[in-house]
Design a protein around this ligand. Structure first.
Ligand SMILES: C[S@@+](CC[C@H](N)C(=O)[O-])C[C@H]1O[C@@H](n2cnc3c(N)ncnc32)[C@H](O)[C@@H]1O
Length: 258
């Protein structure tokens, strides 16, 4: 039987997942305390565009979500004070392009993307106070980039090898746990380049007159969505909840049927 869980309060899903993945989620109040310590005495920390955040084992997002929320607030305030046009879009774009969140488990990545996308989507909806079609229509290109950026910055990878300097070190690091080693044997070395955000990658491609495959896919998916078709949804499943229940913000953000 399906059960309704509050993802923020859920500390684990099953004994099996604790054993296989070490999956125990950090409660919200601990995350908030950690983030308070991180930013203590650093004025303007959350609104600083040059700060980047790395969550090496993001799970379904219990640490990344409060970071996203603080970044949105900080960057939005800063954009407003500098009279930057569309401060809500500025905040979302700078938040996603400065976060790297990885996890070895595909299911967790999908959930994390879904929760982060919901926060962004409702943040923009709340500031704009328009319907979903109008919003997507007027900010079509922005949303195409947002969908790509979510996939670029939140993705499946292995923590120990991904921060290694070369393949020898990556192999050696990933041998530290059976889980990491199995993943590494299957997927190989995927180093993270923290200087290559989605938007810098897109600009690189653009300067060579190239279009990233993901960009074309996102464009098609959103066009189809606006025409009432679900074609292309399989690549962007993480948008489904936010797009299909735009009025149920709290429910979409916090509650999941798993
Ligand atoms: C203790 S949970 C923490 C999740 C999240 N950070 C939180 O605080 O709620 C550990 C997570 O690490 C992931 N994991 C385990 N080994 C990993 C590895 N070598 N690389 C990346 N992720 C890994 C698991 O899938 C699980 O989601």
């Amino acid at each position: 039987m399906e059960e309704l869980h509050n993802l923020r309060e859920l500390s684990h899903r099953s004994r099996e997942r604790i054993k296989n993945l070490g999956e125990v989620f950090t409660p919200e109040h601990y995350v908030e305390q950690m983030l308070d310590i991180l930013s203590e005495g650093k004025k303007g920390f959350w609104g600083e565009e040059n700060n980047i955040f790395f969550e090496p084992t993001c799970g379904h997002g219990n640490i990344i979500l409060p970071i996203v929320q603080r970044r949105l607030e900080g960057l939005y305030k800063k954009a407003q004070s500098k009279k930057i046009k569309n401060p809500e879009l500025y905040a979302v774009a700078n938040t996603i392009n400065t976060i790297w969140a990885i996890d070895i488990d595909e299911e967790n990545i999908e959930l994390c993307r879904e929760r982060v996308f919901s926060v962004f989507f409702y943040f923009i909806m709340d500031k704009r106070k328009v319907g979903i079609e109008d919003l997507l229509d007027s900010e079509f290109d922005f949303f195409v980039h947002l969908l790509c950026a979510i996939k670029w910055h939140i993705y499946e990878n292995e923590a120990l090898s991904s921060v290694s300097v070369d393949e020898d070190e990556a192999e050696c690091s990933s041998r530290q746990t059976k889980l990491s080693w199995n993943w590494y044997n299957k997927n190989g070395f995927n180093p993270i380049d923290f200087s290559q955000s989605w938007i810098s990658y897109f600009k690189d491609c653009d300067s060579k007159d190239l279009e990233p495959i993901e960009y074309g896919r996102a464009e098609k998916y959103l066009n189809n969505f606006l025409k009432g078709s679900k074609q292309g949804l399989s690549h962007f499943k993480f948008t489904k909840k936010a797009f299909t229940s735009p009025l149920n913000f709290e429910g979409q953000l916090n509650l999941e049927v798993i």
